[in-house]
Design a protein around this ligand. Structure first.
Ligand code: ADE
Length: 237
């Protein structure tokens, strides 16, 4: 699986690539992440990537000519059906676990990341999909691109330990935990003393009774979901 990110901050992507599970997956060639500096496709001495909006208004807008050149160059002469160009924008379709699973069927994803106030709309006809990672506004598309890369990479065989740990995840449409949050987990020590507080691991987890543990976990997960994310209970994922 190949990921390309077109950005004016390639170092954000390059730094991320060096860390933990993503670095290992990269070293094993299960995934490949490449950052492309948008300024490479500018032609003026100031390497201008943005300009003022027609019609007036605040902020600067990413120029279509530079970005379209970048998209075409990164994509290459022939574009396979399994390559998708994705624009990151708060005005896009909301990215979810199921969208990640669908996108994981691609061979190559090219992320188009902007900074500033927005894009020249004419960029849209050169992208296949527009995604938002949630209803909030960031400074740019770099973090959304990395969020999507990390989520999608978890579906690439071999990237995370056991494949069932992805299939059973919360928010996976066909996972057994689809509409439910994770149950609480504990590890050693059994008794934890922090200042005046003493916190014990629930007894049932020490009982060795797997049937009871399973019931307890299901109960905890349901209660947590009702409390924190009641909207999930009857939601069609
Ligand atoms: N750029 C700025 N905010 C964003 C968001 N929430 N999702 C995707 N791209 C963005």
């Amino acid at each position: 699986m190949k990921f390309d990110v077109i950005t004016i901050f390639p170092e954000m992507v390059e730094d991320y690539k060096k860390i933990s599970i993503i670095a290992r997956a990269h070293a094993k060639k299960l995934i490949q992440i490449k950052a492309h500096n948008l300024r490479k496709w500018t032609t003026d001495s100031h390497q201008t990537v943005d300009d003022r909006p027609y019609g007036g208004g605040f902020g600067m807008v990413l120029k279509a000519d530079v970005m379209i050149k970048a998209i075409k160059s990164v994509t290459g002469k022939t574009k396979s059906k399994k390559t998708k160009v994705i624009l990151l924008t708060p005005a896009g379709k909301v990215f979810t676990q199921n969208e990640a699973k669908k996108l994981a069927k691609s061979d190559r994803l090219i992320f188009v990341s902007g900074r500033y106030e927005g894009f020249d709309e004419r960029i849209s006809s050169f992208v296949d999909e527009e995604y938002s990672i949630g209803d909030y506004v960031l400074m740019g598309g770099e973090l959304p691109a990395l969020v999507m890369i990390e989520t999608i990479s978890r579906f690439v065989p071999g990237v995370v330990g056991k494949s069932e740990s992805v299939a059973g995840d919360t928010f996976s449409k066909d996972g057994k935990n689809a509409n439910i949050l994770e149950y609480p987990q504990y590890t050693r020590p059994e008794v934890l003393k922090i200042g005046k507080k003493t916190m014990k691991v629930p007894k049932v987890l020490l009982s060795g009774n797997h049937a009871e543990i399973e019931i307890w976990r299901a109960d905890q997960a349901l209660n947590k979901t009702k409390k924190v994310r009641p909207d999930l209970i009857n939601k069609e994922l």
